[in-house]
Design a protein around this ligand. Structure first.
Ligand SMILES: [Zn+2]
Length: 165
């Protein structure tokens, strides 16, 4: 019994909820079943994996916490300087903290130990090291969450509802 992707009336992904809450929305007629996984809560009640609300909900912006785990996920667990993927990953302040660089999505990137040591207390420009992608704040916390599920191999049926992943 897994998580359920909730779509807005407009078919845009809205949030991720428990199967219990999704079942309640279906029983109350507030949502319709879009996808199910072939498991049944009881006879003639297939458990949903994707539901769609019958009414439109305005979506408030939700901030994604700036954590090591989330930065690694944003960067695809890849050193942003050399492309290394592996266990020895660290976080690098693009503009070093000692030189006024802040703890922000735009100033922290994933870097391997080797690149981090090589860069030291310099800017990428000074160290002649190029960032593969300009670091940015993830634009949607829901897309961020959904992509975590997809990357862990679960809920592949959500993929087609989340364009751009
Ligand atoms: Zn590296």
């Amino acid at each position: 019994m897994g998580k359920v992707l909730v779509l807005n009336a407009s078919y845009e992904p809205l949030n991720i909820t428990s199967w219990r809450r999704a079942a309640v929305l279906l029983i109350k007629g507030k949502a319709e079943r879009v996808e199910h996984n072939g498991k049944f809560l009881y006879a003639e009640f297939p458990l949903p994996t994707v539901i769609r609300l019958r009414y439109y909900v305005r979506v408030p912006y939700k901030e994604i916490p700036l954590t090591r785990r989330n930065i690694l996920h944003r960067d695809g667990h890849t050193c942003q300087y050399c492309g290394y993927t592996g266990d020895e990953l660290t976080l690098d302040h693009v503009i070093p903290r000692s030189r006024g660089g802040g703890d922000t999505w735009e100033n922290i990137v994933t870097a391997c130990v080797r690149c981090n040591v090589k860069k030291g207390n310099r800017t990428p420009y000074e160290a002649h090291m190029t960032l593969r992608h300009p670091p940015r704040q993830p634009y949607s916390s829901l897309y961020f969450e959904v992509s975590k599920h997809l990357k862990s191999g679960s809920h592949q049926e959500w993929q087609k509802y989340v364009i751009g992943l």
